[in-house]
Design a binder for this molecule. Structure first.
Ligand code: NI
Length: 218
């Protein structure tokens, strides 16, 4: 096992530990390793306080500095990725769009989808602005980037792994290996659920509705 595989496995083990959730899925494009979560219609259950998420300071796709407090009062669907990603990120964002489109307009309005770039070197606010406007992605998708330090801090808060992979044969020069998970954070920035590349849009939609129902009860 090479060191990269060890890092990836350690990342999987770390997140699985945090969630007590064995089906965590992480995809390594470079290594083509894939552990697929079994599709489940029940939300991820966690005991106690999940140490996922936290304060962040980043720059939005309009070039404005924002913090977690700018999204207070809204449920957030947070995905870490990058605009040069050939497949994993676009697929995840399209899947999220299909899921959100299953919801009624009022339900959908309660979720703020956010893409946080883990490739700040190339993902300028301008690049993100173009990317998030893709018709196949959620209408109100917000792109966030920042300094490498700001991005690293945000990724660390969400236990997201990412690493630069040289790809000299391609125009892109390098790719980013990264955790591919959509985090659902509630109105108070508390972790509520997560969706992996194994989650289908209908399952995501039903879990988002379940989340809204729980919010009404509690
Ligand atoms: Ni990606």
């Amino acid at each position: 096992m090479d060191s990269k595989s060890k890092i990836i496995l350690a990342a999987i083990a770390g997140v699985a530990l945090v969630f007590g959730y064995a089906g965590f899925s992480l995809i390594s494009k470079a290594g083509s390793q894939r552990s697929q979560a079994s599709a489940s219609t029940t939300p991820v259950r966690i005991s106690g306080q999940a140490q996922i998420g936290g304060p962040f300071t980043l720059v939005n796709h309009l070039g404005e500095t924002v913090t977690h407090e700018d999204f207070a009062g809204k449920a957030k669907l947070i995905y870490f990725g990058f605009t040069y990603c050939p497949d994993i990120c676009p697929t995840a964002l399209q899947t999220l769009n299909v899921a959100l489109n299953q919801l009624g307009e009022e339900e959908r309005a309660q979720f703020q989808p956010i893409l946080i770039s883990i490739d700040p070197e190339r993902d300028t606010p301008e690049a993100l602005a173009l990317y998030v406007s893709a018709p196949a992605f959620p209408d109100n998708l917000i792109g966030l980037t920042g300094t490498p330090e700001q991005v690293a801090a945000a990724a660390q808060a969400y236990r997201v792994y990412y690493a630069r992979i040289e790809d000299e044969g391609s125009m892109a020069e390098y790719l980013m290996d990264h955790t591919s998970v959509i985090f659902l954070m509630d109105q108070n920035d508390q972790f509520a659920d997560l969706f992996t590349d194994g989650s289908d849009p209908l399952t995501i939609a039903s879990r988002l509705q379940y989340f809204l129902q729980e919010q009404l009860i509690n």
